[in-house]
Design a protein around this ligand. Sequence first.
Ligand SMILES: C=C1C[C@]23C[C@@]1(O)CC[C@H]2[C@@]12CC[C@H](O)[C@@](C)(C(=O)O1)[C@H]2[C@@H]3C(=O)O
Ligand SMILES: O=C(O)CCC(=O)C(=O)O
Ligand SMILES: [Fe+2]
Length: 335
Amino acid sequence: MVVLTEPDNDHLPIINNNSCKSPSFFNDIPVIDLSKPDSKNLIVKACEEFGFFKVVNHDVPMEFISKLESEAIKFFSSPLSEKLKAGPADPFGYGNKQIGQSGDIGWVEYILLSTNSEFNYQKFASVLGVNPENIRAAVNDYVTAVKRMSCEILEKLAEGLKIHPTNVFSKLLMDEKSDSVFRLNHYPQCPDIQEFNAKNLIGFGEHTDPQIISVLRSNNTSGLQILLKNGNWFSVPPDQSSFFVNVGDSLQVMTNGRFKSVKHRVLTNSVKSRLSMIYFGGPPLSEKIAPLPSLMEGEESSLYKEFTWFEYKKSAFKSRLAENRLTLFEKFGTS
Ligand SMILES: C=C1C[C@]23C[C@@]1(O)CC[C@H]2[C@@]12CC[C@H](O)[C@@](C)(C(=O)O1)[C@H]2[C@@H]3C(=O)O
Ligand SMILES: O=C(O)CCC(=O)C(=O)O
Ligand SMILES: [Fe+2]
């Protein structure tokens, strides 16, 4: 089964055997048990310390996760010529190795969808064969449940921050014009890594997510790494029954830098393929992204110039993956 064209040593970014000590597993990831009353304070602490945490005891039905996983496997196992008919990712659609429109590449194939557009599915209808409704229904069920959980997390976060009303963040995801995105990433196993004298190929290069919150679920294959404040990369042990949450750039701005969006990346695995599904909760395009006045203490002033999500997104989607996209919007050049 050929899913990607062969890795091209000249172009695909690698982590060199010589220059890379194997990063350690990050075993101290904050684990948030959503059923516990103290979770609101622990979410705030995790966002302040890492911009990243794991969620357990969520109420996303396993059935929705498994259904979407099997639909995704079916799609990614189909012939490349078929999958390419659902591309190019501009930004929505099927993409293969090319990430975004600015020349980034990785050892990954993906489907990127807007969560509120019929158009996506028309694009896929041609390749999804007899029953395109299956994947549409699976995505809808999954995204609806994960969006609900994301809102619960954001409401607990607001409570933990003592902000009223507690739906300040979640209402942006619930808005019918919310500009949220959903992504399925498939990182085929990459057995030829040794040939390139590389420890790992980059599956998805380092970056921060532009939205408010990202909620990721993967199969049991490792690969995700996060950059900690001490400047070291740590591997996140996979856990297929939990979710991993990232603080996005917009939440960084809304908290006036109290939370920092977390840098992360994915390295390929030489033995197993990785499949991840990520919901990126974003605001409506017209929404002004600015620090919440209730979070500003004393004479504290905004670290950021005024901008709408549309303005941010327009510049973000022209940038390279690894760029700090907020620099342009900082008042004092500090982040
Ligand atoms: C290189 C790029 C891909 C990206 C748009 C961008 O120009 C910079 C941000 C990238 C990112 C990262 C998080 C999400 O995966 C994503 C969908 C997003 O909102 O911003 C991707 C964009 C993409 O793949 O088009
Ligand atoms: O696929 C993954 O595990 C993470 C990918 C990611 O960070 C992204 O798509 O923004
Ligand atoms: Fe990401």
